[in-house]
Ligand binder design. Structure first.
Ligand code: SAT
Ligand code: MN
Length: 604
C-alpha cells in the first residue's frame, strides 16, 4: 500500500518533510514540533481512502485495531485502550491564561510559561521511533462562515482514524487553512500512556492545545472538547457567538413546520439518544418527524434576522455504547452497523461487538480488556466505552447539518440527572431567567470522566468540564445576547431522570421525550398552556400529551409538581454557588436569583 507522497521513513528527516503546506506559519510549526519530538517520519494527512486503508492496515498489524465480524459489521474495528486511559481526566486538564482569574474557579489553571515548560519537557523526544501525523481539520461544514479550522499533530494512528470520522479532515480543510492563514494548533502525543505523565493543556490566548499521555476520546481527539468547546468558547466570547455542549435536533410537526432545538446535557446523559429520537407510534402516524443535526456540540451565532443560527462543528458521533439498543436508539444501532470503530466494548463468540444493555439476546465471551468475560470481575464493556461513526451513516441525519448558514434555533433546553426535586420540564420566563436556569444546572456525575459516579455537582450549561474561561464572564456573555432586535429562543429545563421511592425512573424517556418537546414547540408558537410558579412555567394540567403512558398518580405528581421547600434549599445552594465567582459574576444574574428566592419565600 502506498503512503501519501509526503511520507518519509528516514530517521534524518528530509529537508522538505515539514513543508506539506503553502502556509509558512504551518510549515514552521510542524518543523518546530518535529525538532522537539524527534519523529522518525512525518505524514501529512490528506483524508483520502487510500490513506485510511494504509492506517488501518498498520493498526491491524500492531494490534491497535481488531477486525470485527465482517458479515454482521463490515469495515468495523475494536480498539482496546490502555486500562488506565478510558475517560476524560478533568483533574489533569488545565486552562492556561496569563491572568488566573480569566480561567476562573471553574478551571484548573497554570501560568502559560510554567505549563509550556512542564509539558514541553514531556514532549521532548517523545516521537522517536514513531511517525508524526499532521491532521488539518475543519470544525463545521467546509464552506460555512461559522466553521473554524485547526491542525492536530499526533503520534497516534487511532487518533488520526477517529479525527477522520469526527471532523472534516484532510485536503479540503488544508485548503481553507491556507486561504485563511490561521488555525488552532493542537499538539498531541500518547507518550507512555502513564497517568502520572499526563496533561491536557489549553492556551486560549495562543489558540493552542497541548495534550500528552492519553489516547482517549476527549483527551486526544483535539478537535472535539479541546478545540470545539474550550478554545472555541474563548474565541466565541470575543467574536460574539456561543460554543456549547449541546445536541441539535429538528422536529417537523404534522403541519410541516420544522423547529430546531439545542439541548445541553452533561456527558453520558442521553444527548445522542435525544438527538436521534424516534417518535412514539401515535406521533409517527400523525406525521411527526425528527431529524439529527448533531449530538454533542453546537456553535450558535445571531443571524441578520436576530435569531440564533447553529451548526454542528462535528462530522461524526463519539457515542456511549452501553445502554444503546434497538429499543433505546434504533437510529444509532443502524448507524453503527458498518464502518465503525468501537472502543472498549466486549465481543461475542462470533466476534460481534457487545455491551451491557444491547438487548439483542447475544452473550459476550471477551471483556473490554480482552479477558474471558466473567461478570464477577468486570462488565463486558467499559461503562464509558464508545463508538466512533460518521454522522452521514445515521438514518435521521439531516441535510440541514451541511447547510453553511446553520439552522435557526427555536428553543434551548438545559437538563441534568436529578433523582429528586426537579420536575420533568419548566420554562424560563425570559432570557435572563433562562441564563440563570442554565447557570444553576446540577447533575450527578457519570463514567465519562474519571472519579466518583453519581455525585451531584453544579454543571452550568453542562459546560463545567469544557468552558475555556471564567464562568462569571461566560454568564455575562450569555446575558449579552439579549439586546434590541434579538429574537432569542425560549429556554427550558428538563429532567428525564427523576426517581421514585423505590429508586426507579418515573419518566419512560427516549421516544416519549417528544411529548415534552411538543409542549415546548406549543409554547414557542403560543398554542399551549402553562402555569406560573416561582421557578418558571410548568405545563398546565393536560397540556402535555400523556395518552398511552401508564403513569401512576404518584408518578405524575413527581413529574409535574414543584416542592417549594425543596426549591428554597436549592436556591440557597445556587446563591452560594454564584458567590464563588466573586466580582466576575454578573449582578443581573444574582439579582435574578434573589428575585426567585424572594418569590419562593412569599408564594404559597
Ligand atoms: O471523551 S469525550 O470527552 O469526547 C466524551 C464526553 O465526555 O462527552
Ligand atoms: Mn460531550
Amino acid at each position: 500500500m502506498n503512503a501519501a507522497p509526503q511520507a518519509v521513513t528516514a530517521k534524518v528527516l528530509p529537508a522538505n518533510a515539514a513543508t506539506g503546506s503553502t502556509l509558512p506559519a504551518l510549515n514552521a510549526w510542524v518543523a518546530q514540533v518535529a525538532a522537539s519530538t524527534q519523529p522518525d517520519a512525518i505524514h501529512w494527512c490528506d483524508g483520502s481512502d487510500a490513506e485510511s486503508a494504509m492506517l488501518i492496515e498498520k493498526m491491524q498489524a500492531d494490534g491497535t485495531l481488531h477486525p470485527l465480524n465482517a458479515q454482521t459489521h463490515p469495515n468495523s474495528w475494536l480498539h482496546r485502550s490502555n486500562p488506565d486511559d478510558v475517560a476524560r481526566v478533568e483533574h489533569l486538564t488545565f486552562v492556561c491564561t496569563s491572568d488566573r482569574d480569566d480561567a476562573g474557579p471553574n478551571n484548573h489553571w497554570m501560568a502559560p510559561a510554567d505549563a509550556h515548560a512542564r509539558i514541553d519537557a514531556l514532549f521532548d523526544g517523545c516521537m522517536r521511533g514513531r511517525t508524526m501525523y499532521v491532521i488539518p481539520y475543519c470544525m463545521g461544514p467546509i464552506g460555512s462562515p461559522l466553521s473554524r479550522c485547526g491542525v492536530e499533530i499526533t503520534d497516534s494512528r487511532y487518533v488520526v482514524a477517529n479525527m477522520r470520522i469526527m471532523t472534516r479532515m484532510g485536503a479540503p480543510a488544508l485548503k481553507r487553512i491556507e486561504a485563511e492563514g490561521h488555525f488552532v494548533k493542537g499538539l498531541h502525543s500518547i507518550g507512555e500512556l502513564d497517568p502520572e505523565r499526563r496533561f491536557i493543556m489549553h492556551f486560549p490566548e495562543e489558540l493552542t492545545i497541548k495534550s500528552y499521555g492519553s489516547g482517549y476520546g476527549g483527551n486526544a481527539l483535539l478537535g472535539k472538547k479541546c478545540h470545539a468547546l474550550r478554545i472555541a468558547s474563548h474565541q466565541a466570547r470575543s467574536e460574539g457567538w456561543l460554543a456549547e455542549h449541546m445536541l441539535i435536533l429538528g422536529i417537523e410537526n404534522p403541519q410541516g413546520e420544522t423547529h430546531y432545538i439545542a439541548a445541553a446535557f452533561p456527558s453520558a446523559c442521553g444527548k445522542t439518544n435525544l438527538a436521534m429520537l424516534i417518535p412514539p407510534e401515535g406521533y409517527r402516524r400523525d406525521g411527526w418527524k425528527v431529524s439529527t443535526i448533531g449530538d454533542d456540540i453546537c456553535w450558535m451565532r445571531p443571524g441578520e434576522d436576530g435569531r440564533l443560527y447553529a451548526i454542528n462543528p462535528e462530522a461524526g458521533f463519539f457515542g456511549v455504547a452501553p445502554g444503546t439498543s434497538q429499543k433505546s436508539n434504533a437510529n444509532a444501532m443502524a448507524t453503527i452497523q458498518h464502518d465503525t470503530i468501537f472502543t472498549n466494548v466486549g465481543v461475542t463468540a462470533d466476534n460481534q461487538p457487545w455491551w451491557e444493555g444491547i438487548g439483542n439476546g447475544q452473550v459476550p465471551v471477551t471483556d473490554w480488556r480482552g479477558d474471558p468475560f466473567d461478570p464477577a470481575t468486570r462488565p463486558a464493556a467499559h461503562p464509558n466505552s464508545r463508538f466512533t461513526v460518521s454522522a452521514r451513516q445515521c438514518p435521521s441525519y439531516s441535510d440541514m447539518a451541511e447547510d453553511a448558514k446553520g439552522v435557526p434555533i427555536s428553543a434551548i433546553v438545559f437538563g441534568g440527572r436529578r433523582a429528586s426535586l426537579v420536575p420533568l420540564v419548566f420554562e424560563a420566563r425570559d432570557w435572563t431567567h433562562g441564563v440563570l436556569v442554565g447557570a444553576s444546572m446540577g447533575s450527578e456525575t457519570t463514567a465519562a470522566a474519571t472519579g466518583a459516579v453519581g455525585v451531584m455537582r453544579r454543571d452550568p450549561m453542562a459546560m463545567k468540564p469544557f468552558c475555556g474561561y471564567n464562568y462569571g464572564d461566560y454568564f455575562a456573555h450569555w446575558l449579552s445576547f439579549d439586546k434590541p432586535g434579538a429574537k432569542l429562543p425560549k429556554i427550558f429545563h428538563v429532567n428525564w431522570f427523576r426517581k421514585d421511592a423505590d429508586g426507579k425512573f418515573v419518566w419512560p424517556g427516549f421516544g416519549d421525550n417528544l411529548r415534552v418537546l411538543e409542549w415546548m414547540i406549543g409554547r414557542v408558537n403560543g398554542t399551549t398552556e402553562a402555569v406560573e410558579t416561582p421557578i418558571g412555567a410548568l405545563p398546565a394540567p393536560g397540556a402535555i400529551n400523556l395518552d398511552g403512558l401508564a403513569l401512576a398518580e404518584d408518578s405524575r405528581r413527581l413529574l409535574f409538581d414543584y416542592d417549594r421547600d425543596g426549591w428554597r434549599q436549592e436556591f440557597a445552594g445556587i446563591a452560594a454557588y454564584l458567590d464563588e465567582y466573586g466580582e466576575r459574576m454578573p449582578q443581573a444574574l444574582k439579582a435574578e436569583q434573589r428575585r426567585i428566592a424572594e418569590l419562593l419565600e412569599t408564594a404559597s
